[in-house]
Every structure is written in structure tokens, then in C-alpha cells.
Design a binder for this molecule. Sequence first.
Ligand SMILES: [Fe+2]
Length: 200
Amino acid sequence: MEHSLDRRRFILSTSLAAGATLFRAPVAARAQWPMPPREVPGTFKGRIAPSIEPGAQLIITGKVFEADCHTLAAGVTVYSYHTDANGFYRFDHYMPDWQSRRPRLEGTVRTGADGMYEFQTIRPAPYPEHNNPAHVHFVLWWPDGHRQGDIAYFVGDPLLGPSQFRQNASTLNFSSIQHVITDGNMQRLHLDFHKHEQED
Ligand SMILES: [Fe+2]
């Protein structure tokens, strides 16, 4: 889940905050996983950013498959979060830790029998340090308890580098680096997921 990058950014933002306030120690929190939602969403379609959020409108769609990349996966909870149009997860600029700090732009849906999910949101910006390409995080929970993290990057992002291309072991619709199709005022990104062999 790209924890090392998030962790570095957390340390940086915490250190800056500590410098400004003098009493907040620059303690790096261990990267946390979000918990699955208490109430399972009843629909495959949801929002990450509210409709008034500044930024280019983006619709993310895809299908969730079982490990064979062929069988559609129903009842999978798909949670997604990303930065805002300024590259921040929160107004206070901290990284999310899901203990007391949730990302501001987040959403959860649940796949139906056709395995589909859809999020309406805005296109995120890279972190302000420009040390990482713009991206969208996903956490998926299968009905059997399996959990995994995934990520989407955007083709053409000048910040894409060897680590993202190395990370991108899958191809076509499963690739973590996806083309954005512009459709009027809307941008569209399609990304499919398949169940990983191990939780990660
Ligand atoms: Fe991130």
C-alpha cells in the first residue's frame, strides 16, 4: 500500500508541524490499515469527493475478480481515498492513520453480482513535495475476510518513475497505471482488481 512513501510524507508533515508549534514531537506513526466499515454499503456506486469539491471531475469504474482473473467477485467491499486538488489528504496536512485521522476524501462501495464498482470523485494532485505521482488508494475486503491494497496511477504523469513501473506487474485493465479518457467535462479511468494470493 505504498506505506513507505506515505510514512516519509507523514514524518515530513509531522516534523514541520513540530517545528511550528514546538510541542508536537515528530513521532512517525506506524502506517495503519483502515478498518472495514461497520455498515456494509448496499450499492456498487458511490462518491469519494463531494460534488462541490474543487478539481477535475473523475469517474473511476472497474470490476473485481477472484484470483483466477475471470470469476466475478460479488460482495467485495471497495474502499478508496486520495488527495485533494492541492495534494493533501486532510485540511491539517497530516497523513491519515485511521486511528484519529481519516482522509478527507474517501468512499466505500460493495460489488454486486457483476463485480462492478464505481466512484465519482475529482482527480487527485500529487503530494505538494512532488515526490510521488498522483494516485488513488484502494483497500478491498472479500466476504471471506481477505484484505488487500491496490493503487491507481495516471498514464502521462511526469512523476511516474521506475518504482511505479516496477510495482506495476499486471497488465491491461489490471495495470495500476491507467489511461484517463476525457468525456466532455468528465475524465474516466477504468481499473479492474483481482484477488491477490496473500493479503497485502
Ligand atoms: Fe498516498
